[in-house]
Design a protein around this ligand. Sequence first.
Ligand code: NAD
Length: 253
Amino acid sequence: MKKLINKTVFITGGLSGIGKACAIEAAKEGANIVIADRERGSNIKAMDEIRVIQRDAVFIECNVAIYEQVKNATEQTINMFGSLDVALNNAGIGGKTGRISDLEERDWLSVINIDLTGVFYCMKQELIQMLKQNSGAIVNISSISGKIGYPKSAHYAAAKHGIIGLTKTAALEYATDGIRVNVICPGFIDTPLLTKLDLGNNPERKKAIIDKHPMNRFGTSEEVANGFIFLPTDDSSFITGAAVDIDGGFLAQ
Ligand SMILES: NC(=O)c1ccc[n+]([C@@H]2O[C@H](COP(=O)([O-])OP(=O)(O)OC[C@H]3O[C@@H](n4cnc5c(N)ncnc54)[C@H](O)[C@@H]3O)[C@@H](O)[C@H]2O)c1
């Protein structure tokens, strides 16, 4: 039996990579899908792939770093479908790399504004609605960099650590309101974000990263999506505040 029938699933950054794979998985479970993403471009084709599985899938243009846009996207979702039952706060960027002494304020803020403040803006809006419903499930996307340092990406590591703090705090604040909040910490996953590291032209760096994963490979978006889909369904009804590693064993070392 499909597990998200009549549920509305709101996904940020759902036109690409992990977010898109999670949207497809939620669509297979019968959910209404709302994708809030900043970039249409050729990525908008993702909507066709999702609509083949679930007709009730809509796209809303939204930059998660701008509160008014997040407010508008969540309000549109509720106006269209009447509820916001599941949220996947996934939109994120890697940003410019460099040691802390070399990072400019604008480099820092560009990542923090999207990867951390954007998650806060989304959670605030989602929780306002979920409190009215007395039900809901939020899943945030952090990273292995939410649990360990990531040299030359201090902004990214700080944001991803922050997401785990936001998740655990929200889990405690809303534990008796029918709302569960969990976070996924992926290892290196083969997505367009990883492509930006240009590992194809740097085989030594690619091998060094793969070697850090005991399973000796990158993960796939579908493997993250398979883990995601468990968290907003009744199958995980006693799980809240959990930071779930999907990382081929990276953090077990
Ligand atoms: N790929 C990895 O190795 C990896 C590992 C750990 C965590 N993550 C995290 O997973 C999430 C998804 O990453 P991905 O690898 O699928 O990347 P991706 O680049 O394939 O997809 C990211 C999506 O987010 C959207 N986005 C970016 N900034 C946005 C903004 N300001 N507002 C709205 N949408 C925005 C993009 O348009 C894109 O559709 C990110 O939070 C990333 O940090 C990725």
